[in-house]
Design a protein around this ligand. Structure first.
Ligand code: PXG
Length: 440
């Protein structure tokens, strides 16, 4: 690399990246189409991760690209504070139609992190406008990932994401995570053991008293902390306990929404209806940033009833909430998912995917394999004294072989676009197998 290029790379302080390693051997993507990226050297890279769990319909999809092009030329920006434009309303209505009836209002943000902060704020404010202003505590879960806002890292359960950033939000507690490899290793789909971990919520509620608790937030399937699939009956139990104590249940579906599990949302997949659902990523197929919260009518109504006529009901929002170009991308994306039946496609491919992931049983250093929908995890035995190295080396080796995988800790997470073909599933899994054979 020449000096000028190195200087070009220097200015960007890259997010969640080993900056020095990257800048010494950059991996630059310059084009994408369908299942493939192209890198700067012109190599085709099979996308085993749908970008960062967002490009569910595959890259460069014409109907989305054209909708964005049309919209940016027609109405580049319009405020949604005391104003509006039609596409934001249409996108909200389409989103609401994807979820069971009580979840029928949408608040827009620009990312998953903002979606989470919005949901947490709405939960606390909801109790307050109903006269239960003592309900301010938020309950998250160990190994939870809810983005990187102060709210999200506070309810999140990843120490590396928390420890550098001071005291965080006050009044937060955490459920235990549900990863039980000693009981559930090599489970196919939902693991059998661990529903009783939801009962820890009763203990937390008893400790703090229900009158102090606003909401519980969980990812139905934890994605970025290594694909932690809820034990059978666990989410149902969380729902029961929240209902019993008047606590709002929030499902963070930033990853599980839009077909990843072979269903529209995890709400549909597990048949458990929370009070709010956060979304982002797949809503626009990753094309334009957008996120938001889908909430129950009674939450929306509580705000409408509490505020005097002609006054603002919720003092929260973003310059780009319901941005016209993002709304156009979301509408085109949801239409494309439907037209191509991509959620059903993911569901139909799931058994093939499951068999492919579990074909790695017995591969070097593999200590667990798990899968649900079109998500798979390959957990590796860490190198003693060097946690994360084995998986990161696998990531680098896979890249050399033209396959993009994602690692977190010593776990490889795979989540291809839902348009993936069986032969591409084979290549993805075979490449991981080869990499593990060659790795230290
Ligand atoms: N909630 C969940 C459940 C997420 O997975 C966020 C919130 C935050 O979204 P934004 O748009 O603010 O990043 C996420 C994001 C990975 C990976 O490799 C996962 C995420 C982001 C980047 C990488 O697993 N999830």
């Amino acid at each position: 690399m020449d000096g000028s290029l190195r200087n070009n790379l220097e200015a960007f302080f890259m997010p969640f990246t080993a900056n020095r390693q990257f800048k010494s051997a950059p991996r630059l993507l310059v084009e994408a189409e369908g299942m493939y990226f192209k890198d700067q050297a012109g190599r085709r890279i099979l996308d085993g991760t749908a970008g960062l769990w967002c490009v569910n319909a595959g890259h460069g999809r014409k109907p989305i690209v054209e909708a964005v092009q049309r919209q940016v030329a027609k109405l580049d920006y319009a405020p949604t504070f005391q104003m509006g434009h039609p596409l934001a309303f249409e996108a909200a209505a389409k989103l609401a139609a994807m979820l069971p009836a009580p979840l029928d209002h949408v608040f827009f943000s620009n990312s998953g992190s903002e979606a989470v902060d919005s949901a947490l704020k709405i939960a606390i404010a909801y109790h307050r406008v109903r006269g239960e202003g003592t309900r301010t505590r938020l309950i998250g879960r160990e190994r939870g990932y809810h983005g990187v806002g102060f709210g999200g890292i506070s309810v999140g359960g990843i120490s590396a994401n928390r420890k550098f950033f001071g005291p965080l939000l006050a009044g937060v507690d955490h459920l235990p995570h549900t990863h039980l490899p000693e009981k559930n290793a090599f489970s196919k789909g939902v693991p059998a053991h661990g529903a009783e971990l939801a009962d820890e919520l009763e203990r937390i509620v008893a400790l703090h008293d229900p009158s102090t608790i606003a909401a519980v937030i969980v990812e139905p399937v934890a994605g970025s902390t290594g694909v932690l699939i809820p034990p059978k009956g666990y989410l149902e139990r969380l729902r029961e306990i929240c209902t019993k104590h008047g606590i709002l249940l929030i499902f963070d579906e930033v990853i599980t929404g839009f077909g990843r599990l072979g269903s529209s949302f995890a709400v549909e997949h597990f048949g458990v209806v929370p009070d709010m659902v956060t979304f982002a990523k797949g809503v626009t197929n990753g094309t334009i940033p957008m996120g938001g919260v889908i909430l129950k009518r009674e939450i929306y109504d509580a705000f409408m009833e509490a505020a005097p006529e002609n006054t603002i009901e919720l003092f929260h929002g973003y310059t780009y909430s319901g941005h016209p170009v993002a709304a156009a991308a979301a509408i085109a994306t949801m239409d494309l998912y439907k037209e191509e039946g991509l959620f059903e496609r993911a569901r139909d491919l799931a058994p093939y995917w499951e068999a492919a992931i579990h074909s790695l049983k017995g591969a070097r250093n593999v200590i667990d394999l798990r899968n649900i929908g079109l998500v798979g995890a390959i957990e590796l035995e860490p190198i003693p004294g060097k946690p994360t190295k084995r998986a990161f080396d696998a990531f680098l080796k896979a890249w050399e072989k033209g396959v993009l995988i994602r690692t977190t800790g010593d776990i490889i997470a795979l989540s291809p676009p839902l348009i993936v073909e069986k032969k591409e599933i084979d290549r993805l899994v075979e490449t991981v197998g080869e990499v593990l054979k060659e790795a230290a």
